[in-house]
Every structure is written in C-alpha cells, then in structure tokens.
Write a protein that binds this ligand. Structure first.
Ligand SMILES: [Zn+2]
Length: 354
C-alpha cells in the first residue's frame, strides 16, 4: 500500500462504495449535506457522489467545517497506522534507552503482547527489536567515536557501561559475530593507534564494539601489519586524535597493570580459547601460573598443550595477561611478543609502583 493509491476521484469513490479498509488513513470523505466526514470503510449509508468531497487528513476536513462521524471515528488512527505508530514508538524507546530493554517491557509500553509485538516489529522494521537495539547502539558508538573527545567518552556515552562488570554482562552480544570473524573480519573497520611504552611500541586496534587487538613490538612500522594478519579482510584505518585517550589508558595499564581493565574488548576466539583467556584474566599482577595449573583451573587437567596454544594466539597483550603463564620448571617460557619482553613484564610486576 502506498500513498499514491486512492489519489484520484474514481479510486476514492470506488473505495468508499466498497467500504475499503485498505484506504483508511489515506484519505477521508466528507458529505456536504450532513457536514460529517468519515473513513472510507464507514458502514453508514452511501451518500450521493455529487455531495462528497475528499480530504487527506482529519485536520483538513475539520478546517473545512466538517465534524467527525461518531460511527467510524476518523480521528482514531486506523488499525494499520495504529500498529505502525506503536512500532515507531518502540523504536524511539529503544533509541533513547541507555541500556537494552527486555522484550516484555517494550511490548507493555506500546500495549501489545510480547509475541504479537515481536512479530509485528520484525515484519515492519525487518529485524528483531534486539537486533535493532544493538545496531542502534553500535551506530551510536561509531557516531560518538567521531564526535567525542576520546574513545572512552564514546564508549561510556554509548551506554556500553562504565564499569568492567556492567560490560562483562554484555560482552557476548557486543563482540564481532564469530561468522564475521571467521571470514577474516570481512566488512569490519578497525581503527588503530600507536604509542611507545617501557616495553617497546604498542598498537591498540578497535572495532566499533571494543578493543580487538593490543600488540607489542620493537618497530612501529611492522605493528599494523601484525593486526592486519589477524583480521585479513578488515579495513584498517589509522586513528585521529580521538583515539589518544584510549591509547593512553592502554599504555598506563601496560605500565602498571591493575586487576581489571575497564574498556570494552571485542574478544574473538573459540569457546575453549575464551575459557582459557578468562582464567588468565583472573591471574593478578605479580602472580604466575603454569600451563598445567591453568588447565587444572579449567577442570581440564589434560588440556595443557591446548592451553599453551590458546595463550600463543592471544590478541590482547597484557590485558589478557598470557605473560603470567610460565612453563612448569619456573622458566619464563615463550611469548608471542618475545620471551625477553615477557621477562621484563613479569619483573616489572614483581615490584609494583606504589
Ligand atoms: Zn462514518
């Protein structure tokens, strides 16, 4: 149904004769002799065609001196329009909310049953309310990224939560979709910035969902290539000044790690890898575990080699502290970003700055 329908005298008269509810909301007819205007679907007696005039809106009809019919109540929205309006209202509620809203709550606010609401929303908008919410949030985040003074501001003002715990709950829904990740991050834009720290150069790379890579190296020039290798099909862009605060926060964390890192992370990996990394994040600065101990903590004591492999493919240096996992004999062991650097990191954590 489009607005160009029922735009001629003939099609309109035809709709009135047929009590066509399809035309409801698209025009109104008024009867000169009674001074009353109706919806096309009104069941009242068919007037003489010569006495009928048409209006696009109730306001126009009333401005011309007509009163609303008490039978068909033209000022009440048509069923279709009414439902569309409810869905539009729901979209506005989602857009204005800082956090995600439960389906039941949204449905109640627009006076529809959750089931009916979900179906109508998907039919009219094309995606589910939940998808609409997360797309809106990620779009808001991207918009904020270009207008906010810092990415931290962007993250906070996008409703991603200002604390690690609030963020943790949402992590799954925020992370890059595994399918996208497996495709080499095809269609994903990654922004990166570089800085120097005590352990060499650091690159911080982020998608619109969070930090997806932190890597260390001796040479700033080779670092973007390392990130690109992790996400072969992603579009890599060097950040502007808006990234400065984010990089500073990461550098500060690397220099003196705290127990928790508060910025959103776009963590990608298999379920097993994510489980390993979660255990690593529990190891406090100054502590170390062996690969065997990590495997034991996971309740999978035999998975020592798999644990070592998961550590080796970690993309978030220091934030996921794979450097705190050492070989059983007490040796520092291997490190993706160089065993010398691992030793330096561990030594610096032995002697925390007061
Ligand atoms: Zn009527």
């Amino acid at each position: 149904m489009t607005l160009t329908q029922f735009n001629t005298d003939d099609t309109r008269w035809n709709a009135v004769c047929n009590n066509s509810s399809d035309a409801d909301g698209l025009f109104y007819y008024a009867v000169i002799t009674t001074g009353i205007y109706c919806r096309p679907s009104c069941r009242s007696k068919l007037p003489n065609r010569d006495n009928v005039e048409y209006f696009i809106s109730c306001n126009d009809a009333e401005a011309a001196g007509y009163r609303a019919c008490k039978r068909c109540k033209p000022t009440a929205l048509s069923k279709v329009k009414e439902i569309e309006q409810k869905i539009i209202d729901a979209c506005r509620i989602i857009e204005q909310s800082e956090t995600s809203i439960k389906l039941e709550k949204l449905a109640t606010q627009v006076h529809l049953s959750p089931y009916h609401f979900h179906r109508l929303f998907k039919k009219i908008v094309g995606i589910t309310p939940k998808q609409y919410g997360s797309r809106h949030q990620s779009r808001r985040f991207q918009t904020n990224l270009t207008t906010s003074a810092s990415i931290t501001d962007a993250i906070y003002s996008s409703g991603y939560g200002s604390s690690g715990s609030a963020y943790d709950k949402k992590r799954d829904q925020l992370a890059m979709k595994p399918k996208v990740y497996r495709s080499g991050a095809d269609g994903v834009t990654i922004t990166y910035g570089l800085a120097q720290c005590s352990f060499g150069w650091v690159i911080v790379a982020a998608t619109d969902r969070g930090i997806c890579a932190i890597e260390l190296g001796d040479d700033a020039k080779t670092l973007p290539g390392q990130v690109q290798a992790r996400f072969p099909n992603a579009q890599l862009n060097k950040a502007d000044m808006g990234f400065k605060t984010l990089i500073e926060e990461v550098v500060e964390f690397i220099e003196s790690p705290k127990d928790t890192f508060h910025l959103p992370l776009d963590i990608q990996g298999t379920a097993f890898q994510q489980q390993v990394w979660e255990v690593l994040r529990q190891i406090k600065p100054g502590e170390t575990l062996s690969y065997t101990e990590v495997a034991e903590r996971m309740g999978k004591p035999k998975a020592v080699r798999a644990v070592a492999s998961a550590c080796a493919v970690n993309k978030l240096a220091v934030v996921i502290p794979c450097h705190r996992v050492i070989s059983k004999a007490g040796k520092t062991g291997e490190y993706r970003w160089g065993s010398k650097r691992k030793k330096m990191l561990l030594e610096s954590e032995q002697d925390p700055v007061e």
